[in-house]
Design a protein around this ligand. Structure first.
Ligand code: AMP
Ligand code: MG
Length: 343
């Protein structure tokens, strides 16, 4: 099998041109503090305007590592690792883990099971956790699929029980939640203007210091080193799931990406190459971008047309961009654009 390692793109936003850590002033003399860190298997850039920026970034950095310690599926001792190895026993989890598991179950049922955090053993079998990629044997997939069903999780407050043989991972929504938590820390420190890029997730607090919108570039999934369009927004998260983020090319020449369709156990190939969800909650945008990717273009467009409070950009494998009518996109690259009417 020819295994090609996916090029890893650390951020979706082009405007995050390599900040160095530290503080200073921007061209309009606003005090700005910035920091680059590596956590949750991705590069993160944080930027805060105002006198308390450095203090807010210190707290944000601590919080990022705390969430990572609690939620990592691979670190022994994390809540998720302990739950995955509890052999069917109930465990009392941290608030962070319990909040995310409840949200995952909620979005799982709102998306017909497209988001299913119990798909983790299948993600591992394809090699997406190690980079040792392979197309699993059909009989192995069939057996693993028996244990994929988020509805079998038992949740009672912070007490969670997984069926024996089931395992979860929160990779589809943890960064979105982390963005929300960082924004809370910024606001608590009196910051009114901040922006972070956590891998593919960009999240803003308020607008730029001059009152204008942040300009967030979304990557072109067909040429991920280029931008596809720019979204202008304030106080919202812009989260993308795409088939170019982590993938391998199999012997059959097909591309296999890291987002798994829980119904088939195969990497999702339902007509979409990227999904961007824009809204106030980073957590919901993150969970939804993964789920809509699995749902495919028709179901995702129908979902987007009735999901109040969100804007969505879908890119199809035949090079169409479908986006909700609340958005005004700038600089759309040479693709056919269609507007999804929001009911
Ligand atoms: P994202 O990059 O936010 O779309 O999340 C993708 C990550 O979520 C993958 O790397 C897997 O760890 C996990 N994942 C893959 N497919 C699913 C799915 N259908 N439901 C929930 N989590 C998934
Ligand atoms: Mg996601």
């Amino acid at each position: 099998m020819i295994v090609r390692k996916a090029v890893f793109f650390a951020a979706v936003a082009a405007f995050f041109c390599l900040w160095s850590c530290g503080s200073g002033t921007d061209s309009a003399e606003n005090k700005v503090s910035s920091r680059d860190i590596f956590a949750m298997d991705t590069y993160m850039s944080l930027k805060a305007y105002g006198d308390s920026g450095d203090k807010a970034l210190d707290e944000a950095e601590k919080r990022i590592y705390e969430i990572e310690r609690e939620l990592s599926a691979v670190s022994e001792g994390s809540d998720i690792y302990r739950l995955n190895h509890a052999c069917g026993e109930a465990l009392t989890l941290s608030d962070d883990a319990a909040i995310l598991i409840k949200k995952a179950v909620d979005i799982g049922s709102r998306t017909g099971g497209a988001l299913d955090i119990t798909v983790y053993p299948i993600v591992k079998e394809w090699g997406f956790t190690t980079g040792d990629y392979k197309i699993p044997q059909p009989t192995v997939l069939e057996e693993l699929l028996q244990n994929v069903d988020y509805r079998k999780l038992h949740i009672d407050g912070n007490k969670v029980r997984l069926p024996e043989n089931a395992e979860i991972d929160l990779g589809a929504l943890a960064k979105g939640y982390t963005g929300d938590e960082i924004m809370k820390i910024m606001a608590k420190n009196g910051i009114t203007s901040a922006v972070v890029s956590l891998g593919g997730n960009v999240q803003a607090l308020g607008s730029k210091p001059d009152g204008s919108d942040w300009r967030v570039a979304v990557r072109d999934p067909f040429s991920p080193d280029r931008d596809m369009c720019v979204v202008e927004t304030s106080g919202r998260a812009v989260v993308t799931s795409g088939n170019y983020e982590r993938f391998f090319i199999g012997e059959d020449g097909s591309r296999y990406c890291h987002i798994i369709d829980p119904k088939s156990g195969f990497p999702s190939d339902n007509g979409l190459v990227s999904v961007t969800v824009i809204g106030e909650s980073g957590l919901e945008c993150d969970a939804l971008s993964t789920a809509l990717f699995v749902m495919g273009s028709e179901k995702a467009a129908a979902f987007a047309s009735s999901a109040a409070g969100y804007d969505v950009i879908l890119v199809t494998d035949d090079k169409r961009i479908l986006y909700t009518d609340g958005l005004s996109l700038e600089n759309i690259s040479e693709m056919a654009a269609e507007v999804i009417t929001v009911e």
